[in-house]
Design a protein around this ligand. Structure first.
Ligand code: PMP
Length: 436
């Protein structure tokens, strides 16, 4: 459609995007590894959208699945009835997940997956007569979406402090971003002991009060913080010892980002629940899921009383078009071997990323799978300014990156070619010199 005469008036009703109104960056199309802007430029997608388009954009199989499903069954309530795609998808997910995951509960986003998992954790203990287990443990610099449960267990202080009333009874483990581990390729050596802080929190309140501990196996959107070797194993041991459920928030790490279906398999640590979203539908249609073990599911779903206690579900849970999109996404990942491809490309990616070490103001680089972070030295008194300048410069040079604070985060679609990895880091080198 033709642009309206008064663009400012046209943009005003859409509230979510202050930066756009300052400097419009309009995306009108996308295909494969690229976006097209309203002025006809191609932008290399260095972030798979928001860490979600793992198979890239406008994939024919996914487009077709949406069209076919919309023409066949557009909507069916998820309560009291079902439809074939929902059962098919649940089976596919359970097959893909670590062995102990036996059930999928469908939601519409990562944030909703987190809220659902937290409620399931408390309901599970209640169903077993452990009603006092209501406390939750998150981690500093954890990100678990924007709803009240997620910001309560989340570790972004600014997201919490504006809202006085959050979930009661939440503690935060320390984050794992410690100076000894700068410039680490893959998993850092130091810092597994940080998991022992969980023992301290347990001792403080008593294990009989704690329902669950939720962490991202690899903290993504707060700057790609890779767990030290042995850290997740220790968390698992401590949770098991005290009957605390361990939840992995795999909204970013799920669906191949680390070269395996889930990070749980990559790190060989099995949580009690997994939250996922984003790559589940290749980012194309809003959808998330909570995967649980049979023990958890059976405790809260057995008996009418417990079902009522957990009454929980959404209008769009297991929406047929979302399910069809997810199945087509999983088909695409499988047929193109994208998880394996991620693992194969990871060393090449690592080399390219670490070659930027000598660029101005770079103070740390870290990576795992097809994910990476470049941390820049903040301009004194103006945090985030340097990285945001890099974002603007990169966009001008035809590359989409993501920034959080003064950290540049990268997570390209898993279909990226080696030549595109070269292009990405070549552009980024130019960007870092240009903004110096
Ligand atoms: N958990 C994690 C680990 C995430 O990275 C995100 C989104 N970046 C969320 C939850 C929230 O997902 P959504 O934006 O789909 O609500």
């Amino acid at each position: 459609p033709a642009a309206p005469n008064d663009l400012n008036a046209f943009w005003m009703p859409f509230t979510a995007n202050r930066q756009f109104k300052k400097a419009p960056r309009m995306i009108v199309a996308a295909e494969g590894m690229h976006y097209t802007t309203s002025d006809g430029r191609q932008i290399l997608d260095g972030t798979a959208g928001l860490w979600c388009c793992n198979a890239g954009h406008k994939r024919p199989r996914i487009v077709e699945a949406i069209q076919t499903q919309a023409a066949e069954l557009d909507y069916a309530p998820a309560f009291q009835m079902g439809h074939p795609r929902a059962f098919e998808l649940a089976n596919r997910l359970v097959d893909l997940a670590p062995d102990t995951m036996a059930h999928a509960f469908f939601v519409n986003s990562g944030s909703e997956a987190v809220e659902t998992a937290l409620k399931i954790a408390i309901a599970y203990h209640r169903a077993r007569g452990d009603g006092a287990r209501t406390r939750l443990i998150g981690r500093e610099r954890g990100y678990h979406g924007v709803n009240f449960g997620g910001i309560s267990v989340g570790g972004i202080v600014n997201n919490r402090k504006m809202f006085g009333t959050l979930l009661a009874g939440v503690d935060h483990l320390p984050h794992t971003h410690i100076p000894e581990n700068r410039w680490t390729r893959g998993q850092p050596e130091h810092g597994a002991h940080l998991a022992d802080e969980l023992e301290r929190i347990v001792a403080l309140h008593g294990p009989e009060t704690i329902a669950a501990c939720i962490v991202e196996p690899l903290a993504g959107s707060t700057g790609v913080l890779i767990p030290p070797k042995g850290y997740l194993q220790r968390l698992r041991e401590i949770c098991t010892k005290h009957g605390i459920l361990l939840i992995f928030d795999e909204v970013i790490t799920g669906f191949g980002r680390l070269g395996s279906p889930f990070a749980a398999q990559h790190f060989d640590v099995t949580p009690d629940m997994i939250t996922c979203a984003k790559g589940l539908t290749n980012g194309v249609i809003p959808m998330g899921a909570v995967l649980t073990s049979a023990a958890i599911h059976d405790a809260f779903m057995t008996g009418p009383e417990h079902l009522i206690e957990l009454f929980h579900g959404y209008t769009y849970s297991a929406n047929p078009i979302a399910c069809a999109t997810a199945i087509a996404s999983l088909d695409t990942y499988r047929e193109e071997g994208l998880f394996e491809r991620c693992a194969e490309l990871a060393p090449y990616w690592e080399e390219g990323l670490h070659s930027l070490r000598d660029c101005p103001h770079v103070i740390d680089i870290r990576n795992m799978g097809l994910i990476g972070a470049i941390e820049l030295e903040p301009i004194p008194g103006e945090p985030t300014k340097r990285a945001f300048a890099a974002f603007l410069e990169a966009y001008d040079k035809g590359l989409l990156i993501r920034t959080t604070g003064d950290i540049i985060a990268l997570s390209p679609p898993l279909i990226i070619e080696k030549a595109q990895i070269d292009e990405l880091f070549g552009t980024l080198r130019g960007v870092l010199h240009a903004i110096a």
